[in-house]
Design a protein around this ligand. Structure first.
Ligand code: COI
Length: 363
């Protein structure tokens, strides 16, 4: 547990922020994760002093000793959430869920838990400061809170020092293909997470472990890798960086159940709620690759989509494996996928009512 529950943030404005014309150029077509705002939040932690030295200042490099623990043992966690321009203001979508998951990830990685309110204050402060970096239209300001171990020590143990930070990136769509639907590669050799491992934590290591399989997917002409479970190599788990849903001909839906190996996505949980609101029968249930193949071929499976903060709701059109490929539905966005996406995006962007009080107003 942290020793300090509330902090005062020092504010150091950027002495030469990006000129407005240059920023406008960057925001025209930002893509994903390459355009960064001017400021960043940092908060230090030590076992001796708890959370301290909270600051918002110019975005810049982080000096690090080559023996910093994260560089050797990968004690690192992160989050992803988006700020949306809504009229004259800006909002975040369910940021407390990210704060809680950040604490869950911290516990699993033997790191200190940042109090929820400090996490929220850090995000609000950055959005407020860099409000001009929130793109108009379909774009958003993607916040990336993260924390890593920076004790200078090569012994294998939980670090006694950490740095928490939040940076912000103006983003458009995650997938650059611009296709109506994405294609998936079914990883045969590699799995993402095993029972008892770190699959439910949002830690960099999980993503590092997915990269070789993701490269294989790219080599095979696919947008994303999809992983099967590590024990039976049978059950569909999740994609390289997003959860998955299936839609059937009787109108029902299912998504793989959480159970320690799957990331508990905020988008996933929001879609479960929105589906129930609409009276859709939705199950958190195991679904095998064999069944997926058969249901797609028989037409029982009508739609499938990927979901996550970065991906939002992205239709899945084709699934490829060494033995061949199959198409889902008509290979493009299905009715249910489109309906759920617009329900979600409507709430996120303030164009629809917010019955669950998911919107957090920043300013
Ligand atoms: C997110 O959706 O926020 C993620 O962290 C996934 C990553 C692939 C960008």
């Amino acid at each position: 547990m942290s020793k300090t529950q509330s902090l005062t943030f020092a504010r150091v404005p950027h002495s030469s922020p990006t000129p407005a014309a240059q920023r406008a150029e960057l925001l025209k077509n930002p893509g994903f994760g390459r355009v960064f705002s001017d400021h960043m939040v940092t908060i230090k932690y030590s076992d001796a002093d708890g959370w301290h030295d909270a600051k918002i200042g110019p975005r810049g490099t982080i000096p690090m000793d080559p023996a910093a623990a994260v560089l050797h043992y990968a004690q690192e966690i992160f989050e992803g959430l988006k700020a949306y321009r809504t009229g004259d203001g800006a909002t975040l979508f369910r940021p407390r869920e990210n704060a809680k998951r950040f604490q869950d990830s911290a516990r699993r990685l033997a790191m200190p838990e940042l109090p929820e309110d400090i996490f929220l204050e850090a995000c609000d402060l950055l959005v407020n400061t860099d409000r001009d970096w929130i793109p108009d239209g379909d774009g958003s300001l993607y916040l990336r809170p993260f924390m890593f171990a920076n004790e200078i020590f090569l012994g294998v143990k939980p670090s006694s020092n950490y740095l928490f930070s939040v940076i912000a990136s103006s983003v458009g769509s995650y997938f650059k293909s611009g296709a109506d639907a994405v294609s998936l590669w079914v990883s045969q050799e590699f799995t993402r997470a095993a029972p008892g491992g770190t699959g439910a934590a949002k830690c960099g290591g999980n993503y590092a472990a997915s990269l070789l399989a993701q490269s294989e997917a790219t080599r095979n002409g696919c947008d994303q890798v999809v992983f099967l479970d590590a024990v039976e190599r049978k059950w569909v788990e999740e994609l390289g960086g997003m959860n998955i849903f299936f839609v059937f001909d009787d109108g029902s839906m299912c998504t793989p159940p959480l159970g320690g190996t799957i990331l508990p996505g905020v988008t996933r949980s929001s879609l479960l709620t929105l589906a129930k609101d609409k009276g859709i029968k939705v199950r958190e249930e195991k679904y095998s690759y064999e069944q997926w193949k058969n249901d797609s071929k028989s037409g029982k499976l009508r739609e499938a989509f990927a979901c996550g903060t970065a991906a939002v709701v992205t239709p899945i059109g084709t699934v490829r494996a060494p033995e061949g490929e199959f198409r889902i539905g008509n290979g493009g966005p299905g009715i249910r996928t489109t309906e759920l996406k617009s329900a979600l995006v409507g709430i996120q962007r303030g164009t629809a009512a917010d019955p669950h009080k998911w919107i957090h107003k920043v300013f």
